[in-house]
Design a protein around this ligand. Structure first.
Ligand SMILES: *Cc1c(COP(=O)(O)O)cnc(C)c1O
Length: 458
């Protein structure tokens, strides 16, 4: 059909396997270290935090990992997600480019995070876990895991970054509606939280601090509670591959192949989800799609961070991994509303970026919100501010195509809707939003805060 807009798949087209890029990647995963002993991490160390099923995926070299039937059943509530051609946006931009987006905001909690929340709760359930702990920033991950834990009968404690807890109560109400207990972080429930609150009772919190709260709770529970992370870890990236596998089939239905695949990056999971199946095609089938990761100028871990070993959390309790990082004690500027605030980047994605297989840019938040508003006015969907980073990059690619007359095919991931982010939209619409650029040449300063970790001879 000439002017088709939505490319839909059947339930039977939901992938039955997750894709593991490590089976095809030319770069070997860097070793991970125990934060206390500084020795290579053992499965026993990881078992204090995660169930065996997820640890096996974390280190797996299998190309395709079967998705359990019990997870597929739940995926059917919102998968396959639609692929949509942004025809009205193309017209508004007067571009010869074709713009497609994969829409993950149709999941019940409103983002791609449900794709990993469900298998994480499931693998905990079958390992006998009774309760989980986690952190959340704006609340997307917390609400996805709250829903998933409810489905499998697990209790959940969520440590929510203090500023969001105070300023964005609606996500908290959603988590509580799904049955989770939500605490502001830094929290008086943990020794790390109490230490920070003693130093500064008005500490606004950060994702790194909230991870420390959640990890400490799991660690002191002596196995009663396990910890779940919504991004960064390799098993999370594996779960998100359903996005790209579906998109490959849907681009085929549209009779096109993307020249560029775009995603926003916080910890890297939704970008990896859409991009890694296309990277497989680049590596194995001679395709040449560019893969473009988009981050905020306020938290530019790929474009201004350093590639080094760092803690996953602020307290230095989470494993030490090799990644692009701004330093585990990084505090995002308070004027930054656009999300994507984590100090590091998924190790798998970091290694591929370092190897030159992935491109990255950073964009300022006022342009991001301008793109979000234009997108909403053309396409009707109110994007999450995070996702709007990808929209802006797609629009910039389309604008270049307008100048050169190229019939470029652009695919981006719309990772979630922004129905809980209207305070940030209001700030933008009332002219109250500023840009912030992380300073250049901070590498030396960052490295002073890193755990010393020589590159081991392998
Ligand atoms: C959490 C989130 C992100 C950022 O996380 P990644 O792991 O980089 O995907 C992006 N978009 C939305 C809607 C989110 O909820």
């Amino acid at each position: 059909m000439e002017d088709q807009t939505k490319y839909l798949l059947n339930e039977s087209d939901i992938p039955h396997f997750w894709y593991n890029i490590n089976a095809d990647s030319p770069v070997a995963p860097a070793p991970v270290f125990n934060p206390q002993t500084k020795q290579p991490i053992t499965p026993a160390d990881l078992l204090a935090l995660f169930p065996m099923g997820l640890i096996e995926q974390e280190v797996s070299q299998e190309r395709y990992i079967p998705i359990p039937e019990e997870v597929l059943e739940v995926y059917k509530l919102w998968r396959p997600t639609p692929l949509i051609r942004a025809r009205r946006l193309e017209q508004a931009l007067h571009t010869p480019a074709h713009i497609y987006f994969k829409y993950e905001g149709v999941s019940p909690s409103g983002s791609h995070k449900s794709n990993t929340a469900v298998p994480q709760a499931y693998f905990n359930k079958i390992a006998g876990t009774k309760a989980m702990t986690t952190e959340t920033g704006a609340g997307q991950w917390g609400s996805a895991l709250a829903m998933a834990c409810q489905f499998y009968g697990l209790d959940l404690e969520v440590y929510m970054v203090r500023v969001s807890y105070d300023q964005k109560p609606y996500r908290r109400y959603l988590m509580e509606t799904y049955g989770a207990s939500v605490f502001a972080s830094p929290s008086d429930q943990t020794s790390f939280g109490r230490k920070l609150l003693a130093e500064d009772p008005s500490n606004p919190g950060s994702l790194g601090i909230a991870i420390s709260d959640a990890v400490e709770q799991a660690a002191i529970s002596k196995g009663a509670k396990k910890y779940g992370l919504g991004s960064v870890l390799h098993h999370v990236l594996i779960h998100q591959s359903v996005i790209g596998e579906e998109a490959l089939k849907q681009m085929d239905l549209a009779g096109e192949y993307p020249d560029v695949v775009i995603g926003c990056v916080g910890g890297g999971s939704n970008f990896a989800g859409i991009a890694f199946p296309f990277l497989r095609e680049n590596l194995k089938s001679g395709q040449r799609a560019r893969l473009l990761a988009v981050e905020p100028t306020a938290t530019p871990s790929l474009t201004k961070g350093i590639y080094s070993y760092d803690f996953g959390d602020s307290a230095g309790m989470a494993p030490i991994v090799k990644m692009y990082t701004l330093g585990h004690d990084f505090m995002p500027p308070s004027i930054h509303a656009g999300g994507l605030r984590y100090h590091g980047m998924a190790p798998t994605l970091s290694a591929l970026y370092d190897a030159g297989l992935i491109e990255a840019i950073s964009v300022p938040q006022t342009r991001v919100f301008a793109a979000a508003v234009q997108f909403a006015r053309c396409e009707g969907i109110l994007p999450a501010p995070e996702s709007a980073h990808a929209i802006l990059a797609a629009m910039d690619e389309a604008e270049q195509a307008r100048k050169t007359g190229e019939k470029k095919v652009i695919l981006f991931n719309l990772s979630g809707h922004g129905h809980f982010d209207l305070t940030a939209y209001n700030r933008y619409l009332s002219g109250d939003m500023e840009d912030y650029s992380y300073p250049d040449n901070e590498g030396k300063e960052i490295s002073r805060h890193l755990p010393f970790m020589p590159e081991p001879a392998l």
